[in-house]
Structures are given as structure tokens and as C-alpha cells.
Design a protein around this ligand. Structure first.
Ligand code: ADP
Ligand code: MG
Length: 362
């Protein structure tokens, strides 16, 4: 196992890249610690698979280095990097049995048959496929094929990293939840570095200790699920994570204070820079409280949606839509209400980036 470091990485699929727009990865500096459970999260097309393929060696980056425990592997082919990669769609040998499929990565490296047997039995148990071991892979359902694919990624005990590229795409929704928790459990048992790529925040947040959020070829934030929720470093993270995402409201900064529709908004702490001008206030729906006649911004209810555990209120303050998560008393559509933002959770963003300091912070 190893620490993996990406240094000054850039990648373009074009032969003669000009501006930043020609790069699928713009500039990546990133260290994956040995034994970590990571998710790489971002919308489709942001460069997640490109990044994985560079780590595995399927792609050589246009610029920069990949270091495994300080050894430069940038020029090494995949087979010499000692990694396991699980793809979006199952990669298995249809004519072989499940057992032989799982045994393949070990036999390929000349492991003794008793080691093979022990590892295969072990992995099959963890993935709950023991009763399928003698079945020919072509007879499996797509779900089970993908499970075996994942097993092939996990069966070796000597890999530097196991990487999963949106592995649950072909899995039935009701099984997804189960496999996701299974992977988390496997990480705790196997203790290998794992990188789990997904565009689905729920998958990322349940699997990972650290989530790397990407947008448009760049890393915008690395943090624990709690950190990403509580202090998004960028409005993109605030909006992308959460359900619904963070409210991002246009504001005007004057003399270090933020004004939204003429009303002063109390921020968590001082603005990091005193630059006056257009900015944004970020507040999560969880921290907006709604009352009939309390203090706060005057708003009109547009609708209330019941999403099971709680209700989501959508209200308008002038032209801005604000979501609030509410429990208990529910106002009706059309009613006038006031919205109050929890001050310690009210952030300022300038040019997309977090620009307020935490309460009392510097
Ligand atoms: P993700 O996995 O996050 O969906 P990708 O890494 O697949 O994103 O793609 C990043 C960008 O690179 C996209 O704009 C995509 O169109 C482009 N791209 C991906 N693979 C290739 C390729 N083989 N040739 C040219 N462009 C590619
Ligand atoms: Mg992809």
C-alpha cells in the first residue's frame, strides 16, 4: 500500500492544447493518504475518470508527476503500478466460473493455490456470493456480474490502491444501498487505500472519510462530509452537496457588512477581505427558520414539499428563492412569513469562494 501524490498534473486530450478550456484536468495537486477511504465527487464530464486513468496508468498526463510513496511512476505501465480498478460496467470472463474469475488476479501473479483459495473464499463471503462460486459467469445477472467485478478488485492483498469508477451504475436501486454499506465495511476490514468515483453525493458521503470535490477539471474542496456540509469552500460545493443545496443569495458588501435586498445580513464572522461590491450570502436550508411574525426577512411562501423525514419550504424574497427545511407547523402557499438565518451558519462568498471568517476567527 502506498501514499499517492499527484503533482502539478494537467491533462489535455488534444494534441495542441491552447487555453485552459482545452484541458480536461487543469491543475491538480493532491495527496491520497495510505489507507484512506476517499470519494471523488463531481458532475459528469468534470474529469473524474481522466484522473483515475492517470493514477492507474491507462493514461499518461500531458504534464506533471504521479508518485507512489515518493517513487515516480508517471512512465510506468498499469501492470507495474500494482493497483486494482473497478469500472462502471462489469469486466469479467464470461466463460469462467465465478471462482476462477475471482482467482484470476491472484493466479496471474503466481500465487499458490492455497492462498488463492483462502482469499477467494474470504472475498466471496464478504460479498455474499459464496453459493455462486461454481456458476459460470455468463449465467449471472448484471448485478451479480458487477459484484464479481468488485470482488476481482478487492481480492489482492498487495495493491497500492483500489479504485472504483461509478461501480454502482448498473446496480438495481434497492441493492445499491446494500453494496455501498458493504464497501464501507470492506474498507474497514481490508484497510487498503480506496478511491470511489461518483457523481452521486449520497454515495460519496456514505462511503468516504474524505471527499474530493471536482468541478470542470479542478479540485474545489477536500474535506470530511461534515466539513463539506458546514463550510463549503465554494458555492459550487454548497450547491452540489445537500438536498436541497445551500441557498446562494446575491448581496452587496459595504464597509465589511453584507446587504441582501437592502437588509443587513449578520454573517458568521468578519468578511475576510473588506472589498466592497457584489458578493453572495450562503445559508443552508437547515439553518433557515420560518415564523409567522418573528424577526427576519419578509418572504412569501411559494410551496411546501413533503419529503418524508421533514418538509421543504420554498419562499420568495423579492426575486430570490430561498429553501428552508422545517419540522412542525407548516405555513400555506401564498402566506407571508419571516425567514431568520442562523448567524453562525451564514457565510459570505466572493467570486464563488468562501470569504467570511468563522465566528471570532481570524
Ligand atoms: P467524468 O468521468 O467526470 O464524467 P471524464 O474524465 O470522462 O469525466 O471527462 C472529462 C472531459 O474530458 C470531458 O469533457 C470529456 O468529454 C473529455 N474526454 C474524456 N475522455 C476523452 C477522450 N478519450 N478523448 C477526448 N476527450 C475526452
Ligand atoms: Mg467517468
Amino acid at each position: 500500500m502506498a501514499q499517492i501524490k499527484l503533482s502539478n498534473l494537467r491533462h489535455s486530450y488534444r494534441p495542441d492544447p491552447q487555453g485552459d478550456d482545452d484541458y480536461a484536468l487543469k491543475k491538480i495537486d493532491l495527496t491520497w493518504k495510505d489507507g484512506g477511504a476517499y470519494a471523488l465527487l463531481g458532475p459528469s464530464g468534470c474529469g473524474k475518470s481522466t484522473l483515475l486513468n492517470i493514477i492507474s496508468g491507462l493514461l499518461i498526463p500531458s504534464e506533471g508527476q504521479i508518485l507512489f510513496n515518493d517513487q515516480d511512476v508517471t512512465a510506468l505501465p498499469p501492470a507495474q503500478r500494482n493497483i486494482a480498478q473497478v469500472f462502471q460496467f462489469p469486466v469479467i470472463y464470461d466463460t469462467m466460473t465465478v471462482y476462477d474469475n475471482l482467482a484470476f488476479p491472484l493466479r496471474n501473479r503466481g500465487r499458490d493455490e492455497d492462498v488463492v483459495k483462502r482469499r477467494v473464499t474470504n472475498i466471496a463471503e464478504m460479498l455474499e456470493v459464496t453459493e455462486m462460486l461454481n456458476v459460470r459467469a455468463s449465467n449471472l445477472s448484471p448485478d451479480n456480474k458487477q459484484k464479481i467485478s468488485m470482488g476481482r478488485g478487492l481480492v489482492r492483498e498487495d495493491v497500492n490502491v483500489v479504485m472504483f469508477d461509478e461501480p454502482l451504475t448498473v446496480i438495481d436501486p434497492h441493492l445499491k444501498w446494500k453494496l455501498r454499506s458493504k464497501l464501507k465495511e470492506l474498507h474497514q476490514r481490508v484497510k487498503a487505500t480506496m478511491i470511489y468515483v461518483t457523481h452521486d453525493q449520497t454515495e460519496a458521503l456514505t462511503f468516504a472519510d474524505q471527499v474530493v470535490v471536482m468541478q470542470d477539471g479542478e479540485v474545489v474542496q477536500i474535506g470530511t462530509p461534515v466539513e463539506l456540509f458546514e463550510r463549503p469552500a465554494h458555492t459550487f460545493v454548497g450547491h452540489f452537496i445537500g438536498s436541497p443545496g445551500m441557498n446562494i443569495l446575491p448581496c452587496e458588501v459595504k464597509g465589511g457588512a453584507a446587504f441582501f435586498g437592502g437588509e443587513k445580513i449578520d454573517l458568521e464572522g468578519p468578511a475576510a477581505s473588506a472589498a466592497d461590491g457584489a458578493a453572495e450570502v450562503g445559508i443552508r436550508p437547515e439553518f433557515v427558520s420560518v415564523s409567522k411574525e418573528g424577526k427576519g426577512l419578509s418572504a412569501r411562501v411559494r410551496k411546501v414539499s413533503d419529503i418524508g423525514r421533514h418538509k421543504v419550504l420554498e419562499a420568495m424574497v423579492n426575486d430570490s428563492r430561498i429553501h428552508a427545511i422545517i419540522e412542525g407547523d407548516v405555513p400555506n402557499a401564498g402566506e407571508a412569513v419571516t425567514l431568520d438565518f442562523k448567524q453562525s451558519q451564514t457565510r459570505l462568498y466572493q467570486n464563488g469562494w468562501l470569504a467570511s471568517l468563522p465566528e471570532g476567527g481570524a
